[in-house]
Design a protein around this ligand. Structure first.
Ligand SMILES: [Zn+2]
Length: 566
């Protein structure tokens, strides 16, 4: 999965369809040149500073930082996989092989947490795992109820199913490596709400909750070294104020506030969790430009919202002032202004743009039918699609293909043209999120496409996730057709002494800890139930073997579980 710069020449060629002529190839080279150049930001290297700070850049999507203490070291962000962590540490340990005393997560994302088990398992005396108090809840949400959709959209955004030569970079790193080895997330063992001041192995460390790229984000401040680790609240591209893989609303105003909190400390070293470190005057200058860029987009979006413009209109109206846009830190290699505007609008006003046409619009199938009536026939619409593709009017082609697909018209041919349009737009996009999302979506239209699991689950990982998340997963998996007319209560008694109950009625599954009037009483361990529900072990065998003890009601229990399947 390692990417070689030699492959970049191939990318330019493969970005063009077979039918593309030479002039098209030249255009691609020019457009993509900046993105290719941006990859130099992730050249694999460990930067070491005289004050015991070391930062590994380019080993995976996110950086890992080692702080040397007197008799032990601290790791800030643990890479996106156990394999990456091992590679990073094979270098770090040549600098200082003292035990790892603590692992700090700057936030919940997998590229900062999934390699932790490597460091954790190295030590007999287990390191502390420090994070904000809400971090585990967000990890569980991604590993739990949102796993299917977040995995799918992340696969697209990071291009993890694409042939490696098609991924130039992923904007904030060379590639996402989470699927390279089992997920090594370790649940935090020390958490805090607003701030935590702690001395670890002789190093004074201050941690501050700093919502921005995520709500659980923190930054690390080493007062004696004047060194700042801002997590993902700053990296060398326009910030991802919204991420297209899907995210809860990112509070942009708090993001600015968090950057101001960092500026107030007047740091001399900036070791971000993505892209290269900065030192000296560049630190304050960059923090200032970055917060100004974010504030500008936030404030101008609100100003135009108040003038009555819709999110879509505003997204085409806002451009950064030149003084700000000249900074290499705000080029749109990760977030974009257009997507940010829509997210800010949505964060304040919700999805309704205020236009009455859009409150209860025609369903897409009905809209397509009216479009067919206007154009004369479905075939006319299809010819318009063919023409749009031929004329390279590709966004229009995509929208036409939406309507034809809504009517199930010539599905194979429509999808073939749609695939060409997606490849064309994606292959020319300077933004790697968009580029990878499009190229991956085009890939999915291939007949032989098979998705590879992005977040494979293991027994070790399941131990780090609370039992409550598994009941939440069951709740959102309830198939209402199967559950229609069923009223049933299943009570779980775990060997830990914990109880949980599912009451099924009105095609919902209420989760509680009531342990009365149970139709089925189940006794098992939390881990057995987790593994059975996650597919790590076969639930039928667990029930048959009595590891899940149903009190003699095996068939009834398995039939109950079948309500949670498609
Ligand atoms: Zn990150």
């Amino acid at each position: 999965m390692k990417r070689s710069y030699l492959l970049i020449a191939l990318i330019i060629l493969s970005a063009c369809s077979d039918s593309a002529d030479d002039s098209n190839r030249e255009i691609d080279t020019v457009i993509l040149n900046d993105l290719i150049q941006h990859s130099t930001e992730f050249e694999k290297k460990v930067y070491s500073f005289e004050n015991g700070l070391h930062i590994a850049v380019g080993y995976g999507i996110a950086n890992s930082i080692m702080v040397e203490g007197v008799d032990g070291n601290i790791i800030i962000d643990a890479s996106d996989s156990v394999a990456e962590a091992e590679e990073v540490y094979s270098y770090f340990s040549t600098i200082n092989s003292n035990p790892i005393k603590a692992i700090i997560y700057t936030h919940n994302h997998g590229d900062h947490t999934f390699g932790a088990a490597y460091y954790y398992n190295l030590e007999v005396e287990k390191p502390m795992v420090i994070a904000h108090e809400s971090t585990s809840q967000y990890v569980e949400r991604i590993m739990g109820i949102l796993n299917p959709i977040i995995s799918k959209r992340s696969t697209r955004m990071f291009g993890t199913d694409l042939p490696s030569e098609q991924v130039i970079n992923v904007g904030i790193g060379p590639y996402l490596g989470v699927a390279q080895s089992p997920i090594g997330y370790i649940k935090p063992t020390l958490t805090f709400a607003d701030e935590l001041k702690i001395n670890i192995s002789g190093v004074e460390i201050e941690l501050y909750h700093a919502p921005g790229e995520t709500n659980d984000q923190l930054f690390v401040w080493l007062p004696n070294q004047k060194a700042l680790m801002p997590g993902d609240n700053i990296y060398r591209t326009f910030p991802n104020l919204y991420t297209i893989r899907g995210t809860p609303h990112r509070d942009v105003k708090s993001w600015v506030k968090s950057l101001d909190q960092m500026r107030a400390l007047k740091p001399e070293y900036l070791l971000p969790s993505h892209t290269k470190p900065l030192t000296g005057d560049a630190v304050m200058e960059t923090l200032t430009i970055y917060r100004d860029a974010i504030q500008y987009v936030h404030d101008q979006t609100i100003r135009l919202m108040n003038e009555g413009y819709t999110a879509d209109e505003i997204s085409h109206l806002i451009e950064l002032p030149t003084e700000v846009s000249n900074s290499p830190f705000v080029r749109e290699f990760y977030g974009t202004i257009r997507w940010s505007v829509k997210s800010i609008f949505n964060g304040y006003l919700g999805w309704f743009d205020g236009n009455v046409s859009n409150l209860d619009p025609l369903p897409s199938e009905e809209y397509a039918r009216r479009l067919v009536t206007l154009s004369g026939s479905e075939e006319k619409l299809f010819l318009a699609l063919e023409e749009a593709v031929q004329e390279k009017d590709m966004q229009w082609a995509l929208q036409l293909s939406d309507s034809l697909l809504a009517l199930n018209y010539k599905i194979d041919s429509t999808n073939k043209l749609r695939q060409e349009a997606i490849q064309y737009i994606g292959g020319r996009s300077l933004n790697p999120n968009k580029r990878n999302y499009f190229l991956s979506s085009a890939n999915e239209l291939n007949r032989n496409y098979e998705a590879q699991p992005l977040l494979p689950q293991t027994s070790e990982l399941l131990r780090e996730i609370s039992i409550d998340m598994f009941f939440e997963i069951l709740s959102v998996r309830l198939n209402p057709k199967k559950a229609k007319g069923i009223t049933q209560r299943v009570c779980f008694l775990f060997d830990s002494g914990e109880t949980r109950t599912i009451t099924m009625r009105n095609q919902i599954a209420e989760i509680s800890s009531t342990n009365k009037n149970c139709d089925i009483q189940v006794k098992t361990s939390e881990q057995t139930l987790k593994e059975s529900l996650a597919g790590v072990r076969n639930p039928v065998l667990s029930v048959a073997s009595g590891e899940i003890d149903t009190g003699g009601q095996r068939t009834k229990f398995l039939s109950f579980l079948s309500n949670f399947t498609e």
